[in-house]
Design a protein around this ligand. Structure first.
Ligand code: ADP
Length: 451
């Protein structure tokens, strides 16, 4: 019998998942909140179910609602996408317990890798380089703490093992800041995550953000799909991503790719995952693993022609699928601009009705988006409207193609960060690939605000 997948997400990723389900011959259930009835993928889903009011806590994050929708529609599996419940091991556990296949790794793996100290320990065991630091229980005695700090060297980053989404982190420049920072972060972590365990890391100044895409079959076999560079960020939110990462030490990259595959094989990782690194002076430093599909997965797809979402579905549902590193080849360069409904200077969200729009098109241009003319962007969710992806032979021509794509693309009725992307494409530092994770905020925005 044809299997049925419930897509427990919204926006562009729900549409992306729906398209992949149709391609591999799966039936689909689209779920939505009452504020989200206009979502594009709902028009193409075999069935749709309203799972609650606009507030995400009562709909996309409300586990009983999603499980009952799966129950009434007779779904076989649940596709989590990114955000919402995608990295919630308790949700994965409940899906498993209720007889629905969670499309992703097992709840035990999500739990392990979601705890940053455990993840770091597993990474080290697999030969992955990590940020020097201290992850045993922190001493209360100042002298003891000072010894540890001197060994790591200031500035030091205080991190909560249960932290996520940029929360539960603080930089300390001296011993006094370290002592006060520990007690504040501990309290914050206790309130936000119900777990006050902290660890320390050397603060890496002005690194690049490089990540590795991996894919595992859940039985102990894994492959890598190369690197991505996501150094253009604002408040740890990625704005532009590229594949492959260029101007990165080739020898170190190969070592890291092999170690990432080892890690995934050692934990019998299933599906798509990303291992994130900071990169500075030809050295990689592991920061975390994301046990889900990433927003930026298309750039990897465009240089490998490996359909990550289809592969997730096939592996999860036990369909015919061959995972073989030798079949993966890399060609050209791909870049993604995240178009958000927000003011390009203040970054304040700009929900509302799209009165008119025109998507970009042409050779080597991909437009992953759920928006259309007449669609109203609701104020309750993240502001991602569209991902424009360009692919060519080289980074330089990829930038030129992106400029064309941005020139053609317009959205009327709401504000978007379109002009920010266009200015970045024309920026010398970005064109020369000389930026790091702080460049946008520390340098570029000052100039952009004045123009
Ligand atoms: P989260 O799970 O909250 O996203 P991460 O561990 O991925 O946390 O870190 C988020 C961001 O914080 C990184 O992308 C990087 O910009 C910064 N960061 C984390 N660890 C360090 C470090 N040791 N040194 C410098 N910056 C760091």
């Amino acid at each position: 019998m044809t299997k049925k997948v419930l897509i427990a997400n919204r926006g562009e990723i729900a549409l992306r998942a729906l398209r992949a389900c149709k391609e591999v011959g799966l039936k689909t259930v689209g779920v939505y909140s009452s504020g989200d009835q206009e979502l594009k993928h709902l028009r193409f889903a075999d069935e749709t179910v309203c799972i609650g009011p606009s507030n995400p806590l009562e709909s996309y994050l409300y586990v009983p609602g999603i499980l009952s929708a799966a129950e009434v529609t007779g779904s076989d599996a649940i596709y989590p996408g990114y955000g919402f419940l995608a990295e919630d091991y308790e949700f994965a556990e409940k899906c498993e317990g209720s007889g629905f296949k969670f499309i992703g790794p097992s709840s035990a793996v999500i739990k392990k890798m979601g705890d940053k100290i455990t993840a770091k320990t597993i990474a080290e065991k697999s030969g992955i380089p990590t940020v020097p630091g201290y992850k045993d229980k922190l001493p209360e005695n100042k002298g003891e703490l000072e010894k540890i700090a001197t060994k790591i060297g200031f500035p030091i980053m205080i991190k909560a093992t249960a932290g996520g989404g940029g929360r539960g982190m603080r930089v300390a420049n001296d011993i006094n800041e370290l002592i006060s920072g520990i007690s504040i972060t501990q309290q914050e972590a206790k309130n936000a995550f119900g777990n006050e365990t902290l660890y320390l890391e050397k603060y890496i100044e002005n690194p690049r953000h490089i990540e590795v895409q991996i894919f595992g079959d859940g039985k102990g076999k894994a492959i890598h799909l190369g690197t991505r560079d996501c150094s253009l960020q604002r408040r740890h939110q990625k704005i532009i991503e590229e594949a492959p990462a260029v101007d990165i030490d080739e020898g170190e990259t190969q070592k890291v790719l092999t170690a990432c595959v080892n890690l995934c094989e050692s934990i019998k990782y299933e599906g798509a995952g990303t291992i994130e690194f900071l990169y500075k002076d030809e050295e990689f430093f592991f920061i975390e693993m994301n046990t889900r599909i990433q927003v930026e997965h298309p750039v990897t797809e465009m240089i490998t022609m490996f359909d990550l979402v289809k592969a997730q579905l096939k592996v999860a549902l036990g369909m015919d699928f061959v995972l073989d590193q030798n079949r993966i080849t890399f060609k050209g360069h791909a870049m993604e601009c995240r178009i958000n409904a927000e003011d390009p200077v203040t970054f304040i969200p700009s929900p509302g009705k799209i009165t008119k729009m025109h998507p970009p098109g042409g050779f080597g241009i991909r437009f992953d988006s759920h928006i259309y003319s007449g669609y109203t962007v609701p104020p309750y969710y993240d502001s991602l409207l569209a991902k424009i992806i360009t692919a060519t032979n080289k980074r330089k021509s990829c930038i030129k193609r992106m400029k064309n794509a941005l020139d053609e693309f317009f959205v009327e009725g709401i504000k978007t960060n379109h002009s920010l992307h266009l200015a970045l494409m024309n920026d010398q530092t970005f064109q020369d690939n000389k930026h790091n994770i702080n460049y946008l905020e520390d340098n570029f925005m000052k100039q952009f605000e004045n123009d």
